[in-house]
Design a protein around this ligand. Structure first.
Ligand code: SF4
Length: 154
């Protein structure tokens, strides 16, 4: 099985109540192995919800208690993001998953980049940082086509 950010599979779990379906993933022969997850929903946040941003760092900094996550209304939602990341990690352990495909630029699922107000910063989101720390191979949604062509399990 492969953990996949649910919005990439067409689930309307984004902050704005929409999805970002990836046609290569949805038509892949591997799709029966996909387990859709949305860390922000698993962390107890509603959909739609106010967009959030990691302040002064990346997901690793949040895991280490050095950065917080604040939504656009000013509410501190760090605990929800951490709860969601830990729930995904529990699922990964339960199912014996070793690979995850995660939506780039999200403060939860971003792999190499996270979106900040008016810019894109380097670094992972909270859930991708935790999965990487646990030894899971985390693949960016920006490289799905290449990964599917060369073999996700290589
Ligand atoms: S938390 Fe991840 S799965 Fe959920 S909407 Fe954001 S990018 Fe998609």
């Amino acid at each position: 099985m492969i953990i996949v950010s649910a919005c990439l599979l067409g689930f309307n779990c984004r902050y704005d109540g929409e999805s970002r379906p990836d046609k290569d993933l949805l038509s892949s022969a591997l799709r029966k192995l996909f387990v859709p997850i949305c860390p922000e929903q698993l962390g107890g946040l509603p959909t739609p919800r106010a967009p959030s941003e990691i302040i002064g760092g990346d997901g690793l900094d949040v895991l280490e208690g050095k950065s917080r996550i604040i939504d656009i209304s000013g509410r501190d939602v760090t605990d929800c993001f951490l709860r969601g990341a830990n729930e995904v990690a529990r699922l990964v352990e339960l199912l014996g998953v070793s690979t995850a495909i995660m939506k780039e630029k999200s403060p939860s699922c971003g792999v190499c980049h996270i979106k900040k107000t008016g810019s894109i910063a380097r670094g992972p989101g909270v859930t991708s940082a935790l999965l990487t720390k646990k030894g899971i191979r985390v693949i960016s949604s920006d490289s799905i086509k290449d990964e599917l062509e060369t073999g996700i399990y290589r």
